[in-house]
Design a protein around this ligand. Structure first.
Ligand code: AMP
Length: 192
């Protein structure tokens, strides 16, 4: 049973690593970005609301995001643990998640941060934009998303560091190499 978060700047490969951790640990990976993208694709009311923020590289408002996460974490498949990818991104979201977990008498075991240099990330994301055509992958939007990460999400990381559950992994390198680092870091964090 593992309840954990993966946090990293845009382009750090957190989605890819989240899928691999999920397979290895047998816990469901929940990506708020993926849920938003599925809703945008399905043109649901949530998707229509989220799209304007996503296209600008802004955070979808906490009120919308928090309710979506609360719904998702109330489903049966999280009983054996979960890996949240891309949430929380603001300190208000941390407070909200604390509340949801407290209601279920649950706690986080590990918070994993993938680290990478901004310029490497910009180059990677511009490459990904060519391949996938994601509408939030142009340079202005990419830099804005990185700025938001530094301005808001690093405060989230600091909160978990204070609680002693943060583990940091260098996200630069081959995908398999980073997965090895990540799995080793999770095992040693859980053993503490
Ligand atoms: P991601 O795939 O994690 O990079 O997320 C893509 C986009 O979805 C972000 O740039 C935000 O617009 C939105 N998003 C995902 N997670 C959150 C969150 N926790 N809070 C606010 N917006 C989010």
């Amino acid at each position: 049973m593992t309840r954990m978060l993966i946090i990293g700047p845009p382009g750090s490969g957190k989605g890819t690593q989240a899928e691999r951790i999920s397979e290895r640990l047998g816990v469901v990976a929940i990506s708020t970005g993926d849920i938003f993208r599925a809703n945008v694709k399905g043109e649901t009311p949530l998707g229509i609301e989220a799209k304007k923020y996503m296209d600008a590289g802004d955070f979808v408002p906490d009120s919308v995001t928090n309710n979506m996460v609360r719904d998702r974490l109330s489903q049966d498949d999280v009983e054996n643990g979960f890996l949240l990818d891309g949430y929380p991104r603001t300190t208000a979201q941390v407070d909200f998640l604390d509340q949801i977990l407290a209601e279920g008498e649950q706690e986080l075991d590990v918070v994993l941060q993938l680290t990478a240099d901004d310029e490497v990330l910009v180059a990677r994301l511009l490459g990904r934009a060519k391949e996938t055509g994601r509408s939030d992958d142009n340079e202005t939007v990419i830099r804005h998303r990185l700025d938001l990460y530094h301005e808001q999400t690093e405060a989230v990381v600091a909160k978990y560091a204070e609680r002693g559950i943060l583990t940091q992994v260098d996200g630069i390198g081959g995908i398999d190499e980073v997965t090895d680092r990540v799995l080793t870091a999770i095992e040693s964090a859980k053993a503490v």
